[in-house]
Design a protein around this ligand. Structure first.
Ligand SMILES: NC(=O)c1ccc[n+]([C@@H]2O[C@H](COP(=O)([O-])OP(=O)(O)OC[C@H]3O[C@@H](n4cnc5c(N)ncnc54)[C@H](OP(=O)(O)O)[C@@H]3O)[C@@H](O)[C@H]2O)c1
Length: 305
C-alpha cells in the first residue's frame, strides 16, 4: 500500500525529499516548509506524525539495511538528515555516528544530495567566531559524536552539505527544550542557573528550517555555518526569551561555566558570512526575531497544543 502510494506520488513531478528525524523539533518545520516545493517523505522513530500530503515511515537509522531499503523505495533527490540523539535525550551519542554513516552511504549510493545537520559544539570554544575551515576539536561526548558524524559524511563521498548550527529556539508548535527546561525549573521553584560565559548564536527554528530547505535545492557542497546573527550568553538568551513569554527572569541565577568544574566549550560563535552571501533566507539574531514576532499564548506554547 505504502509502495503504491510512493509510486503514485513520484508521478506528480515535484522532486522528492526525504527527511530523517522529521518528527523532531527542527524536522517538523523542515517538513512543513519543504512541502511547498518538494514531494516530502519523512521519518520518525518513537513519535509517529501525520501531516497532510506527507508520507511518514518509521525508521531507525542505526539499522543499515532499513536505511538502504527505505532509500531504495523512496528514491529521493535529496536527503535531509536530522535524526540524532541530542544532549538530555535518551539514547547513546554513538548512534549519531553509526546513523549518519548509514544515511550518508545510502544517499551516496542513490546519488541523492545530502543535507546533514551538525553543531557548533564540534569546536572547543576557546576562540569563537569559527569559520568553515577551522578544524573541529570537540570537548564533550555529544560534540565528539557530531564531529565524527561529519567525518562519516565526508567518507561516504556523495554530494553533501554539512550545516553547522547553534542553539535552536522557537515556540511553534511548542517552546524548544532549552527554554522549556528553564520555565519548568522556575515553575517548580527550583534554582535555575544559566551560564554568562558560554556564548552561542541561537537560531530561530523557522529561519533554520527555511535555510535547510533552500540548501536542499542549491548545488553548494561542503561545510556551511548557519546560525543566528546575534552572539549571546546562555544567560542573556534565556532571560530574553523569558521576558518575551511574559515571565519574570529575576529568579534566574547568572553563573560561570568556567568556574563550574564542568568541561564545556565556552565561545562557540560561528562566522556565518558564507551562508549570508549564499542564501536568500535571513538569519536574524534573537532581538530582531522577538521584535518582529507577537509573543505566543504561553500555556499553548508549553504544551504544544
Ligand atoms: N536543538 C538544538 O539546539 C541543536 C543545536 C545544534 C544542532 N542540532 C542538530 O539539529 C538536528 C535536529 O535537532 P532537533 O533539536 O530538532 O532534534 P530532536 O527534536 O531531539 O529530534 C531528534 C529526531 O531524531 C529522531 N531519532 C532519534 N534517534 C533516532 C534513530 N536511532 N533513528 C531514527 N530517528 C531517530 C527522533 O525521532 P522520534 O522523536 O520520533 O523518536 C527525532 O525525530 C540534530 O542533528 C541535532 O543534533 C540541534
Amino acid at each position: 500500500m505504502q509502495g503504491n502510494q510512493n509510486r503514485e506520488r513520484r508521478e506528480k513531478g515535484k522532486p522528492r525529499l526525504l527527511v530523517t528525524g522529521g518528527s523532531g523539533y527542527l524536522g517538523a518545520w523542515v517538513v512543513r516548509l519543504a512541502s511547498a516545493g518538494w514531494d516530502v517523505v519523512a521519518t520518525y522513530l518513537t513519535h509517529p506524525r501525520a501531516t497532510p500530503g506527507v508520507i511518514w515511515h518509521r525508521l531507525d537509522v542505526r539499522e543499515a539495511a532499513a536505511v538502504a531499503t527505505l532509500l531504495d523505495e523512496v528514491g529521493p533527490a535529496v536527503v535531509v538528515h536530522l535524526a540524532a540523539v541530542n544532549p538530555g535525550w535518551r539514547g547513546s551519542f554513538a548512534d549519531n555516528v553509526t546513523g549518519t554513516r548509514h544515511v550518508a552511504r545510502a544517499a551516496a549510493a542513490h546519488h541523492a544530495r545530502l543535507v546533514h545537520i551538525s553543531s557548533d559544539v564540534v569546536f572547543d570554544g576557546e576562540r569563537g567566531n569559527y569559520v568553515e575551515t577551522d578544524p573541529p576539536a570537540p570537548l564533550n561526548p555529544y560534540g565528539r559524536s557530531k564531529a565524527r558524524a561529519e567525518e562519516e559524511v565526508r567518507r561516504a563521498g556523495g554530494e553533501a552539505v554539512i550545516v553547522r548550527t547553534s542553539l535552536i529556539y522557537g515556540w511553534r508548535p511548542r517552546i524548544d527544550r532549552h527554554i522549556a527546561w528553564v520555565i519548568e525549573g522556575l515553575r517548580g521553584g527550583k534554582p535555575v542557573r544559566l551560564f554568562t560565559d558560554e556564548i552561542r548564536c541561537p537560531i530561530w527554528v523557522e529561519s533554520l528550517a527555511a535555510a535547510v530547505v533552500e540548501l536542499a535545492g542549491l548545488e553548494y557542497v561542503g561545510v556551511l555555518h548557519v546560525a543566528g546573527g546575534q552572539p549571546l550568553s546562555r544567560y542573556e538568551f534565556g532571560t530574553r526569551l523569558l521576558r518575551f513569554y511574559g515571565l519574570n527572569p529575576g529568579p534566574v541565577i547568572p553563573t560561570s561555566s568556567r568556574d563550574s568544574g564542568l568541561v564545556r566549550p565556552l565561545d562557540c560563535t560561528l562566522d556565518c558570512s558564507r551562508a549570508r552571501a549564499l542564501l536568500h533566507t535571513e538569519l536574524p539574531g534573537v532581538d530582531e526575531v522577538l521584535k518582529r514576532q507577537p509573543p505566543p499564548a504561553l500555556g499553548r506554547a508549553i504544551n504544544g497544543s
